[in-house]
Design a protein around this ligand. Structure first.
Ligand code: HEM
Ligand SMILES: [Ca+2]
Ligand SMILES: [Ca+2]
Length: 302
């Protein structure tokens, strides 16, 4: 029962190097696949466990649900799977490829590395209606904490994982904070730093393109570091759900610890905690042994 580091050491020893080199080569032509793959792994794990259910094609599968519509990196997983099927047919699960690819993505963005236990099997169900377990960007801290607790993750895991510090968001997910958040004053969310607000308004004009993308970690969205927490302290969170991590006392203590004055020391701690929380997340609801299957193609149940 459970996953373990080196699950494929006899049955497919090249699995980690194959996944790593595949992620690397895609990253060289498009660095945005790093945040893409990290987010995809999170969206997989929170729905039916880490079982590659998010990869299934079809009319009302998870990937068709609104929270999953902007996911990217499917081609990277398919590419790695094709190579692994040639080398070790029927052995490596798509769920494990995704978990390894998420780790390799963080490393490519200058983040920490950690050992990924493997041995997940691929799930047999993928329903759009199951994606309600995913947190939403307007969720209160209580709801965010509850959705993480439902997956066995605590408040520290929440703050640590949301602090992933890489990637971008489309204007459509936060523009309402800039113009019509409150009915009084200038209509903007009062938790946004007043010097920052005009910059955001310039990037996302009221009737501009809602698909335009801006960094979630202002000034450092392509680099894994602790700057997201400093941004939150300064009222520079982009998503409403992110900024609330600073507003709410129960999550603020963790933000404070990760952005404290002893930079080097606490930076190191964030890197370690991030790997720990990722391993916890990667083990949510895993299917092992004879459960599920090893898919032949990651986008379809056998
Ligand atoms: C309360 C919890 C969370 C909420 C509400 C949330 C919401 C969002 C939203 C709305 C976006 C923008 C999507 C887009 O425009 O394409 C986003 C991006 C992202 N999220 Fe989350 N997220 C949460 C937690 C997490 C966690 C735990 C992880 C992984 C550890 C994660 C990883 C990412 C990444 C890497 C991106 C950037 C994607 C890209 O650049 O393509 N998120 N998130
Ligand atoms: Ca899943
Ligand atoms: Ca960053």
């Amino acid at each position: 029962q459970g996953t373990r580091v080196g699950f494929y050491s006899k049955s497919c020893p090249q699995v980690e190097t194959t996944v790593r080199s595949t992620v690397q080569s895609h990253f060289r032509s498009d660095p945005t696949i790093a945040p893409g793959l990290l987010r995809m792994h999170f969206h997989d794990c929170f729905v039916q466990g880490c079982d590659a259910s998010v990869l299934i094609d079809g009319p009302s599968t998870e990937k068709t649900a609104p929270p999953n519509q902007l996911l990217r990196g499917y081609d990277v997983i398919d590419d790695a799977k094709t190579q692994l099927e040639a080398a070790c047919p029927g052995v490596v699960s798509c769920a494990d490829i995704l978990a390894l690819a998420a780790r390799d993505s963080v490393v490519l963005a200058n983040g920490p590395s950690w050992q990924v236990p493997t041995g997940r099997r691929d799930g047999l169900v993928s329903r759009a209606s199951d994606t309600t377990t995913l947190p939403g960007f307007t969720d209160s801290i209580d709801v965010q904490k509850q959705k993480f607790a439902d997956q066995g993750l605590n408040t520290q895991d929440l703050v640590t994982l949301v602090g992933h510090t890489i990637g971008t968001t489309a204007c459509q997910f936060f523009r309402y904070r800039l113009y019509n958040f409150t009915t009084t004053g200038n209509g903007a969310d009062p938790t946004i730093d007043s010097n920052f607000l005009p910059q955001l308004q310039a990037l996302c004009p009221p009737n501009g393109d809602g698909t335009r993308r801006i960094g979630l970690d202002t000034g450092s969205s392509d680099r894994f570091d602790g700057s997201f927490f400093t941004n939150l302290r300064n009222g520079r969170g982009i998503l409403e759900s992110d900024q609330k991590l600073w507003t709410d006392p129960s999550t603020r203590t963790f933000v404070q610890q990760f952005s404290g004055p002893i930079r080097g020391l606490l930076g190191l701690r964030f890197n370690i905690e991030f790997g720990r929380s990722m391993v916890k997340m990667s083990n949510i609801g895993v299917k092992t042994g004879t459960e599920g299957e090893i898919r032949r193609v990651c986008s379809a149940i056998n």
